[in-house]
Design a binder for this molecule. Structure first.
Ligand SMILES: CC(C)(COP(=O)(O)OP(=O)(O)OC[C@H]1O[C@@H](n2cnc3c(N)ncnc32)[C@H](O)[C@@H]1OP(=O)(O)O)[C@@H](O)C(=O)NCCC(=O)NCCS
Length: 207
């Protein structure tokens, strides 16, 4: 996935490599949401919200008036008519947004490359996924495992607003182009994109 591909789909996005950003784009109520969090969590929230507002600006929103609070379940309370997704990782954070008339839901995830080592595969992957991973040359296995992990996180964010169903990592199975999951019949047709950007995997689910 080149970022240009997201534009072609009608998505708007903004990413930042900054670890710390000024909180100037956030409203008082947004800052209240994080007042009791640890510093790193506060910085993540500020990076994510700032990216989301930059992406909304590209859609034509006057961002001084935009407030992005969080729902009790953790998802963002997007402006009327908008769907979107935020992710923050060490060294890269970003947001994607689009019009609800074009998309039912969006999922974004960013992960550091080679993060997922074999010791934790059992917790993250089904037997079939692990068999597929073992078919890759040893030096590529952690890379591929991180890609699938990231796609699963993006899929979770995509499906949650539509089904409100908790799905553990082993409740869904990556099939190479989409997921086998108990809730599949409740989802619209969706597409999965994955990309490497310097030290990160970026996964996007669009449907
Ligand atoms: C919610 C979850 C997906 C967040 O992912 P993460 O890698 O920990 O963190 P990220 O930085 O990528 O994403 C965090 C953002 O996700 C968004 N988010 C949180 N809960 C969400 C939900 N229920 N639905 C959609 N988006 C959600 C928020 O925007 C949050 O950022 P914010 O608090 O600054 O607004 C993850 O913590 C989780 O609970 N996963 C559940 C199990 C799972 O992933 N299953 C996979 C198989 S489907």
């Amino acid at each position: 996935m080149e970022f240009g591909e997201l534009n072609d789909l009608g998505l708007f996005y903004h990413f930042t490599e900054a670890e710390e950003m000024e909180s100037g784009f956030l409203t008082e109520k947004e800052l209240e949401l994080i007042s009791n969090r640890h510093r790193n969590k506060q910085l993540d929230f500020i990076r994510g919200r700032t990216c989301a507002k930059m992406a909304l600006k590209k859609m034509g929103f006057p961002i001084a008036n935009v407030e992005l609070l969080s729902e009790p379940d953790g998802q963002v309370s997007w402006p009327e008519g908008v769907v979107g997704s935020i992710s923050h990782s060490k060294g890269l954070a970003g947001a994607i947004v689009g019009w609800k008339k074009d998309f039912q839901s969006l999922g974004l995830d960013i992960e550091l490359r080679n993060r997922v080592q074999p010791e934790i595969w059992d917790r993250l992957f089904t037997e079939l996924e692990q068999e597929v991973l073992l078919q890759f040359p040893m030096e590529l296995q952690s890379e591929k495992a991180t890609e699938i992990f990231s796609l699963k996180e993006a899929f979770y964010k995509f499906q949650w607003p539509l089904t409100k169903t908790f799905l553990g990592m082993r409740d869904v199975e990556w099939k190479g182009h989409g997921f086998a999951a108990g809730i599949s019949s409740k989802l619209p047709t969706y597409r999965c994109f994955t990309s490497l950007y310097n030290q990160h995997h970026i996964s996007v689910i669009v449907g």
